[in-house]
Design a protein. Structure first.
Length: 403
């Protein structure tokens, strides 16, 4: 039975999203082995993560000419090829070559946001558009969860090098698997520009990424709200396990189970909130309410973290749902209000600012935690900034409706 066009679009983008997230999550899981091969301290894996983030930001800032020239499906395939090449370089016993590989991985992970948004905005049924976006974005925690379960057994079964090659094979097979969808989904390309490679290195591309965010009155507020959510999500994912172990005496296994509850809840929530946003007729109001709810649930978690597990697990699930279930709704709303010709540029620009927030947020969090000697205050500040942004955005939305 032939899939409808939107079904093909969702299948292709979801597959690439899950596989990309799986490959990206494999890097920190292999971190102790990577740093051992390079003769570096285990915490040096942080440099790898920073370089991966740099690659993602680089593409989000300057990669849209490539997307327009080749089409979104081809851009996704090229991204997977970059990821595969980057993983092979990462596996080499030389740190500098490994960092070059990390940059390639970042460049390869980044096309998922603009290319996926472009494809789904064009093909998804209007009444279910946010749900479709949210299902695709649910591939992010799903891919990470699969990596958490699969990478260690792969290392035990195949060895380090064999595990790397297995991940590379999965990535390349996935790139080939979406080829049949290219004819229908790459039919409408953007401006053909043979100078896309030169523009990839041009500072003017970065300025354009910021400039397109003024193409609709709602975009600056949506972008700011996305940055606030990104800061919160990055801090929750980076520090929750350490917080539970160091301040509440949990074992690593118990902390892992709590983080699993966080991720499972966020995966389910992304799909549910996508459905709910479609029923509400738009996503901005829902994002405002989620921001307020996330601020409250994080504060609730801080207050219950030393109590019974019967309270901690539900609180952890609520935090995961509210602080990490927003992304699909946000992407769909960005695409909805963007001019059709600028969907890729707008989602790239907004994601770029969000990603900068996800880098800077944990750095500030760590400084405050170091100064105060506690995780409680920085967690409460993270919750507070998100709740304030949500309240302000809700006020702005109501004020705009009255004008």
């Amino acid at each position: 039975m032939k899939l409808p066009l939107w079904g093909s679009a969702l299948s292709a983008t979801l597959l690439v999203q899950v596989v990309s997230s799986f490959a990206g999550a494999a890097i920190p899981l292999l971190g102790p082995l990577l740093t051992l091969r390079w003769g570096l301290a285990p915490e040096s894996i942080g440099y790898v993560s920073a370089v991966v983030s740099t690659g993602i930001c680089w593409f989000l800032a300057c990669g849209n000419p490539m997307l327009d020239h080749h089409g979104p499906v081809r851009a996704l395939q090229m991204g997977l090829a970059f990821v595969a090449a980057g993983l092979l370089l990462l596996s080499q016993p030389f740190g500098l070559i490994g960092l070059a590989g990390a940059l390639l991985v970042g460049l390869g992970l980044a096309p998922n946001t603009p290319a996926g948004s472009q494809i789904l905005m064009r093909t998804a049924p209007v009444d279910h558009r946010t749900l479709v976006f949210s299902i695709k974005q649910a591939g992010v925690p799903l891919g990470g969860a699969i990596a958490g379960f699969a990478v260690a057994p792969m290392v035990l079964g195949f060895g380090f090098t064999g595990a790397i090659w297995a991940v590379v094979a999965i990535v390349l097979v996935s790139a080939l698997a979406v080829q049949p969808f290219r004819g229908s989904l790459d039919a409408e390309k953007g401006t053909q520009n043979r100078a896309w490679a030169r523009m990839f290195l041009s500072p003017s591309s970065l300025a354009r990424s910021a400039r397109v965010l003024s193409s609709h009155s709602s975009l600056p507020m949506l972008t700011a709200l996305g940055v606030s959510f990104s800061i919160t999500q990055a801090c929750i994912t980076a520090f929750t396990a350490t917080y539970m172990v160091t301040q509440h005496g949990k074992t690593l296994a118990e902390a892992g189970h709590l983080v699993a509850a966080l991720l499972v809840a966020s995966t389910i929530a992304r799909i549910f909130f996508g459905w709910l946003a479609d029923r509400m007729g738009g996503g901005l109001r829902l994002l405002c309410l989620l921001a307020l709810a996330a601020g409250s649930t994080i504060a609730l978690l801080i207050g219950t973290a030393s109590t019974s597990p019967w309270l901690i697990y539900p609180c952890m699930a609520l935090v995961g749902a509210t602080s990490m279930g927003w992304n699909g709704v946000h992407m769909a709303e960005l695409a909805r209000v963007s001019p059709p010709a600028l969907i890729g540029d707008v989602t790239s620009g907004a994601s770029l600012f969000g990603f900068v927030g996800s880098i800077c947020g944990p750095l500030v969090f760590a400084v405050i935690a170091n100064r105060t000697g506690s995780f409680n205050w920085p967690f409460l500040l993270v919750a507070g900034q998100l709740a304030v942004f949500g309240a302000f955005a809700l006020w702005y939305l109501r004020r705009s409706a009255q004008v």
